[in-house]
Ligand binder design. Sequence first.
Ligand SMILES: Nc1ncnc2c1ncn2[C@@H]1O[C@H](COP(=O)(O)OP(=O)(O)O)[C@@H](O)[C@H]1O
Ligand SMILES: O=C(CO)[C@@H](O)[C@H](O)COP(=O)(O)O
Length: 477
Amino acid sequence: MAVQRVVIGVDSSTQATKAVAVDVDTGAVLGVGRAPHSVSTGAARESEPEQWWDAFTEAVRGTGHADRAAAVSVGAQQHGLVALDSRGVPVRPALLWNDVRSAPQAAALLEELGAEEWARRTGSAPTAAFTVAKWAWLRANEPQAADRVAAVRLPHDYLTERLTGVAVTDRGDASGTGWWTPRGYDKDILHRVGLDPALLPEVLAPGTAAGAVRAGTPLREGALVAAGTGDNMAAALGLGLEPGMPVVSLGTSGTVYAVTRGRPRDPSGTIAGFADARGDWLPLACTLNCTLAVDRIAGLLSLDREAVEPGGGAVVLPYLDGERTPNLPYASGLLHGLRHDTSPGQLLQAAYDGAAYSLLTAVDDVLRAGGEPVDPAVPLLLVGGGAKGAAWRATVRRLSGRPVCVPAAQELVALGAAAQAAGLLTGEAPDEVARRWGARDGVLLEPTPRDTETLERIKDTLRGAGALFTSARGPAR
Ligand SMILES: Nc1ncnc2c1ncn2[C@@H]1O[C@H](COP(=O)(O)OP(=O)(O)O)[C@@H](O)[C@H]1O
Ligand SMILES: O=C(CO)[C@@H](O)[C@H](O)COP(=O)(O)O
């Protein structure tokens, strides 16, 4: 009998690390591990990289296959600034993608170079989420810490380096920094923000291994380690996406993206012009307030997250963390249109609608940004923790008017990382591996008529909110 070949894929996301052990030949998931992270509250969104490593250790052990996997790969939350000293120890906690304190730096960088030029060079007009804005924030606010920095990493690079001892990254995650271009790091941008290119990891070509697992980790010494990538790029691999298939992901962040053959360059800042982990592109729109914000509002209303009710004219813009799409880093949550007969369940539904609005109105923009055809008959692939919820599914169907496919596979980021690891062993492209595994198969939900009335009401409220959302002197946190 042939020996079973096993790989492990890891998703180090904002709230938790998840790991899956997968049979390379059949795609069967053999074991799953999980461990939570903590994120700071208040104005900051920070996590301790050491805690990611501990969670990584617990999650890969939890798969039950850590000591026998032949290859491994790490997908992780994008954009985070991991700043290390000369011993490889973080000089401070990592600044996460949803920390909007870097909004003034993002605005200043945009002003300095111009949105068109940013988009031409890096594919994106940076918002507070981008690593370049976080580095500028560190230099402005904690210059002594910045002076001690000997290496700058993204979350997935940090974990890959802990595993291998090698400082590498990939084009997908690097494209969310604001200093990566298809021809390499942009020296001029790095110079403008005072970052020495020597502090950055090497960008590996797609399909290249990062190295091998070194001694003293929970994994088998010598196992191959793939380059890894950002979590959205890893999910695209896990779904075996082909160009033009739109995906909506409902997690801590809400994202909408598609693999495209054309390179996106959106100066408006709505669509980030990311690269995918292979040789294509991944235009993406991201919101800061998705499942956590809606769950919080359900909690405030003392309702179960499924206790939604239709009707009523209220609009909830659940921008509890500020917002990135639309780019309103100083915003807070807003309730408009409350009446005597508005029920708690209607308010909860309004929160779902407000959270889904920016994602579902960006689907066509994402496709157009990468030059792919817009066809409303193509199903939206719905993934992430929220895709398990009936209220989320119904909201996405009603506000998109499209057919929706919910893949049966769970943990698509970790699965995509596993497919990348498997590709190192078999020589296949990772997306081919995922298609062979059938990771995209799932339930197809028929389209329902698009609720344009609700979309218009939300649009009007957004337009009318004006200075409430744009003032840097918004309500204190
Ligand atoms: N059955 C469910 N119904 C609706 N939402 C769910 C369900 N299970 C988990 N979630 C939501 O999924 C979120 C976590 O999703 P996930 O994609 O794992 O997030 P992240 O990758 O950002 O850490 C939680 O915030 C929770 O609200
Ligand atoms: O910032 C982005 C994408 O640009 C986020 O999608 C992060 O990558 C975090 O993802 P989750 O923790 O929600 O998975």
